[in-house]
Design a protein around this ligand. Structure first.
Ligand code: BDR
Ligand code: CA
Length: 311
């Protein structure tokens, strides 16, 4: 599968990218940076460092937009990703900056037209800009996104997930586009259920690869606060699960359901409103988006994300 990842350069983004770089069935064509966990230039710098640690320094990184420009809607999650986005453990390299000149939006349009799949791990700002410039490009591509929730669950706001809350209008544009197949939305209701537990952290600690060593510091930082909305002892790794949903759809169940985003001024702005009333949407034939549900792993166990390092 030819793939482009759009990411805001955080710690679960790093786990997802490292995991995907270890997949022989993934041809990673490009990574585009978006602001979110950190501002967009810092995200681009982090993405270069992550790709290098994963043995893929050859993959180009393109700079996109920052939804916090000119005004942030929600604060950056410094307590989860650190000031530098990689847990403030000395991995972020302030001297990096030789970003590709082509704007991320151009790359996204080109790759959609070429039939590449897209995986978005941050706010949908870049993708929405690409779709506004060339809506028809979506018809040749497929989208998997980490964002939202099928069950009015939020982390950045009471009922809004961060990637959507940073730019709800962009999320609405991306989810509502005419893709080759319904977009797969991996939301908090799923990522808060299929989590990293002690066994996965122990498996990571036992790995002897450069990528495992790279992830150790950031994930230790992330583990301190990222699980505050989960069951005791569990840590969500949102973006990693979205990556797995793309490449290993067999570990999760998917329902195709109507999804709308609250982009307005209500207390629920940024919420992904998923119509779970199955009969209603079938009868009305409304536009549908797919939503990933926690399912059964191939071995019959509840889906867990397994060891996050596969390279
Ligand atoms: C999402 O927001 C970011 O902080 C994470 O990297 C993830 O993409 C979780 O809500
Ligand atoms: Ca992210």
């Amino acid at each position: 599968m030819r793939l482009v990842i759009d990411s805001d350069g955080g710690i679960d983004d790093a786990a997802a990218i490292v995991w995907l770089c270890g997949r022989p069935d993934v041809e990673l064509a490009a990574v585009t940076a978006v602001g979110g966990n950190v501002e967009v230039r810092q995200a681009a710098r982090n993405l270069r460092v992550i790709l290098e640690a994963a043995g893929r320094a050859d993959v180009p990184v393109y700079v996109g937009a920052d939804p916090a420009d000119p005004a942030p809607r929600i604060p950056r999650p410094v307590f989860i990703h650190g000031e530098d986005g990689l847990g403030d453990v000395g991995l972020a390299d302030p001297l990096r900056g030789a970003d590709e000149d082509t704007p991320a939006v151009e790359v996204l349009i080109r790759e959609m037209r070429r039939g590449a799949s897209l995986l978005t791990l941050g706010p949908l700002t870049n993708l929405a800009a690409a779709l506004r410039a060339d809506a028809a490009a979506a018809a040749s591509s497929r989208l998997t996104l980490m964002g939202g929730s099928a069950r009015a669950q939020g982390n950045a706001r009471p009922s809004a997930e961060a990637n959507v809350a940073h730019d709800p209008l962009a999320a609405a544009t991306a989810i509502g586009a005419r893709w080759a197949a319904p977009p797969v939305m991996v939301g908090l209701d799923v990522t808060h259920t299929a989590t990293l537990r002690e066994a996965e952290f122990a498996a990571l600690a036992a790995r002897r690869t450069a990528a495992a060593a790279f992830l150790d510091g950031p994930l230790s930082f992330y583990r301190r606060n990222a699980g505050s909305l989960c069951a005791e002892g569990e840590t969500p790794c949102h973006d990693l699960l979205a990556a797995m949903a793309l490449v290993r759809p067999d570990i999760l169940g998917v329902e195709t359901l109507p999804v709308e985003v609250d982009t307005g001024g209500s207390a629920a702005w940024g919420q992904t409103v998923v119509d779970l009333r199955e009969l209603g949407w079938r009868r009305r034939g409304e536009p549908a988006a797919a939503v990933v549900e926690p399912g059964r792993g191939p071995d019959g166990n509840e889906a867990g994300v397994g060891a996050p390092v596969a390279v």
